[in-house]
Design a protein around this ligand. Sequence first.
Ligand code: 5AD
Ligand code: SF4
Length: 459
Amino acid sequence: MKATVITYGCQMNEYDTHLVESQLVSLGADLVDGVDEADFVLINTCAVRGKPVDKVRSLLGDLRKLKASRGLMIGMMGCLAQLDEGQQLARTFEVDVLLGPGSLLDLGAALESNTRFWGLQFRDELHDHIPPAPQGKLQAHLTIMRGCDHHCTYCIVPTTRGPQVSRTPDSILRELDGLLAAGVREVTLLGQNVNAYGIDQGARVAGIPSFAQLLRLVGASGIERVKFTTSHPMNFTEDVAQAMAETPAVCEFVHLPVQSGSDAVLRRMAREYTRDAYLQHIRHIRRHMPDAVLATDIIVGFPGETEEDFQQTLDLYDEVGYDSAYMFIYSPRPGTPSYRHFADLPREVKTERLQRLIVKQKEWSQRRNAARVGTLQNVLIRGDAHDSGFLEGHTRGNHPVVIPKALGADGPGIYPVRIEHATPHMLYGHVVDAAGQPLPARPQLAPEAAAVSSPLAML
Ligand code: 5AD
Ligand code: SF4
């Protein structure tokens, strides 16, 4: 069988895609790149906002035609599969295999059964299942927990992914050993709320570490870079900031979703913290890591958000001065409390506020990035940027960086790079030697061609 997996959504979904791809391979399937070659197309869906759901619907429409014309088998997994909304789509578009986020290990059983297969249970084995390490990659994700115990009123995740279950430290460290042996140099620990790691297990797993302790354990494994995402402010205790500062492998990058700067909105979102409590976390982080890179998530146009509430979000943005932000228009999701209880704001109000927030975000990203011009950054270079003679990579703080290929630095690796230029979304620089001098350029494209394909030329 030739199979392909199409992924929408977050890093958890990318990790789950890797997990099912390895299942497919061990079941004897060949992985192919596109739908055209495939006998089985599995869509890994996202249900957090309405937009990805619309994309899945239109893709399913196309796939159903291929099913009729050449017997393509269709699978759907991920958050949407767990919801009535997704199951309705599965019926309409004749989906053969439906796997909720807790049932990914049922894939073998699904492919063996000759009838339509729906797996919607949360299966315990999944928590300690270790997928094979990705080959030939310097970066990997590692899921340390699944599910979420918070109940933010706008969020469908507690319904789709269920309550929080942490993996044992033993299985996390075994997975990490496999990644190290495969040559991985940067690992991102994943969970809906990694800071609450272990809390769900309480006394069940003797001596389960806190997240701060886990960071120290992972940091001592020999991996060069550790990142994590994402954190709920309520669980971001000061010992985490301290462990980050004291563990050299842990990168000084914090993604701390604030969602809104208004206490009234935070209360209706049931976020369980106030604006002041959030800012206190930021102070702790800055005290332990003065150079921390800060990112956030913000929802604009939550029901009842007044112009004044929104101004408080803009003010909070200035107070923190984030390096980057993911900004979302509130999307009413059937099945969530905010969908049931509150009226949606007019579309124009929401989009106009988003535009203003984007302007603010760009200003701050430009300012933050410009302050890095002249600094030395360790950049993990993944490889070529679109055959352009340039390499692309990212810093410990997750800034994307573009670098010309140089002698001694023309492939994947971690290199010291002097930053020479910055835009709101990109840093540009040269790899330098131990004395801080740029490495000699690698002879390559003719000057005219280089000028055309240079990202610098497009500024
Ligand atoms: N509408 C808009 N954004 C949402 N998010 C979660 N649910 C919704 C929703 N209903 C955003 C939050 C969260 C991120 C992953 O997605 O900002 O942090
Ligand atoms: Fe959703 Fe809130 Fe849990 Fe994040 S913390 S996954 S926003 S319920």
